[in-house]
Design a protein around this ligand. Structure first.
Ligand SMILES: Cc1ncc(COP(=O)(O)O)c(C=O)c1O
Length: 445
């Protein structure tokens, strides 16, 4: 009979072999312009992710376990925050972050139904969806065209006695003006949730995005800065928010025992909660109407291997961005090129291009040309969220508010698109994207 450890090592060695045979990128394969597909994003991994995944599947713990605990600790260390918690997607992270702010434990500062949350419409729907799902009122402010981030000049006119929070993303990795937004939140006693799903590794004033506000969120879906398949995280420095986040993530329970553990507090059967009988089992006491947003340990195992590589991913994203920007220099009369927010060092998610007014071609013309040449493109997500069918059942002025005119948001919806700069992208692919853009503009302008 084989010893289990020996057998496991054999399986892991075979996993490495399988990776080499099936998944290892072939470095020598030439990039073939017009043939090779230029994806906007993709997983970048090696045998370590697969070995971790197989190792955790052999453990067969399945739910939150050793890998999850290690991942949360390492992510918190990387971010320089006290706590980071895994969830099953970036959307779940936003849901959890928002619902945490509705907790009765926050007393007067809790978000109640009908309270307002300042946000933008040029972004991803699940930054805003939790507010609507709860019955709060999103207040949409325009973006500035240079960065497609919130136009901070509009903040004061968006505020009302009902405003409780600002919840916005750092668009495509480019930080919003954190200093101004944070000062605004502090002045009006508002919560700040940073949707950091597209910006992990970005810095503002030398400090990582996602760590400036009360809660930051991440997505680990494959196109994002690192992946575990499906996955996400929330992070905070507040002890009270930490307790609330954990409760709402894990069914709304009051008990904070780790999975597989009982009676960590030693008071499992001796406390009084609500109008329950004295000593009702703490394990089944619920302080919130919660969800179950947890991941499996197998996802965390993949994430842990990705986290090791993460700093190199950020560097490669920056290099690809800079290479593409240099290669497109001189086209600014035709297309607006992305610019890093002042005082920031972005870990770029994508390269945003906006067709200037009065050009003899449209965004869709250039996008079609690139796609026909095997270059993948993306719009800036929802463009103007308020124009989507999901808003048709809502009433403006009641269920949501638009502050001023969303002029730049409309421009982004009509005239912007973005290209990838992900770490798996080769220099030849970056150069090819620039060449095709030049070729298209040369033929039209
Ligand atoms: C800004 C932003 N927030 C949230 C999400 C949702 O992340 P997930 O796909 O992991 O749910 C995305 C997804 O791309 C996003 O771009």
């Amino acid at each position: 009979m084989k010893n289990a450890e020996v057998l496991k090592q054999e399986i892991l060695a075979k996993t490495r072999e399988y990776y080499e045979l099936v998944h290892k990128p072939v470095q020598e394969a030439p990039f073939e312009p017009g043939q090779s597909r230029v994806a906007y994003a993709g997983r970048v991994f090696d045998e370590k992710e697969m070995i971790n995944l197989v190792d955790s599947s052999l453990d067969f713990w399945l739910t939150y376990g050793t890998y999850s605990r290690q991942f949360e600790q390492k992510l918190a260390e990387y971010l320089g925050v006290q706590w980071a918690f895994l969830v099953n997607s970036g959307s779940s992270a936003n849901l959890l972050a928002f619902f945490a702010l509705t907790s009765p434990l926050l007393q007067d500062r809790r978000i109640k139904r009908g309270d307002e949350v300042i946000t933008v419409a040029a972004g991803f729907p699940t930054t805003v969806a939790p507010a609507v799902q709860f019955g709060a009122v999103p207040v949409f402010v325009d973006v500035d065209l240079k960065t497609c981030n919130i136009d901070v000049q509009q903040l004061e006119s968006a505020v009302s006695p009902k405003t409780k929070a600002v919840m916005i993303a750092h668009t495509l990795g480019n930080p919003f003006d954190l200093k101004r937004v944070k000062a605004f939140c502090d002045r009006h006693n508002l919560w700040l949730v940073e949707d950091n799903c597209d910006a992990l590794g970005s810095k503002y004033d030398g400090k990582l995005t996602g760590t400036w506000g009360d809660i930051g969120t991440s997505s680990f879906y494959p196109p994002h800065h690192m992946t575990m398949g499906e996955g996400g995280a929330v992070y905070t420095n507040s002890h009270l928010l930490k307790r609330i986040l954990l409760s709402i993530r894990d069914w709304g329970r009051d008990c904070w025992c780790d999975s597989g553990h009982d009676n960590t507090c030693g008071n499992r059967f001796s406390q009084q909660f609500g109008t329950l009988p004295l000593g009702y089992d703490h394990k089944y006491v619920y302080s919130h109407f919660g969800f179950n947003l947890k991941v499996t340990d197998m996802q965390a195992a993949i994430g842990l291997a990705q986290l090791e590589k993460f700093p190199s991913f950020v560097e490669k994203r920056k290099q690809n961005f800079n290479r593409l920007k240099s290669a497109l220099a001189g086209l600014e009369k035709n297309i607006a090129l992305p610019e890093a927010t002042q005082s920031s060092d972005p870990s770029w998610f994508g390269f945003l291009i906006t067709v200037n007014d009065g050009m003899p071609f449209t965004r869709n013309d250039i996008v079609e040309y690139l796609e026909n040449n095997r270059i993948q493109t993306r719009n800036l997500f929802a463009g103007n969220m308020t124009r989507h069918p999901m808003f048709q059942t809502l009433t403006e002025g009641v269920d949501y508010r638009i502050c001023g005119k969303l002029k730049n948001t409309e421009k982004v919806m009509n005239d912007s698109f973005w290209l990838g700069v992900y770490p798996g992208m080769r220099d030849e692919a970056v150069d090819y994207m620039a060449e095709k853009i030049r070729e298209f503009i040369g033929s039209r302008a």
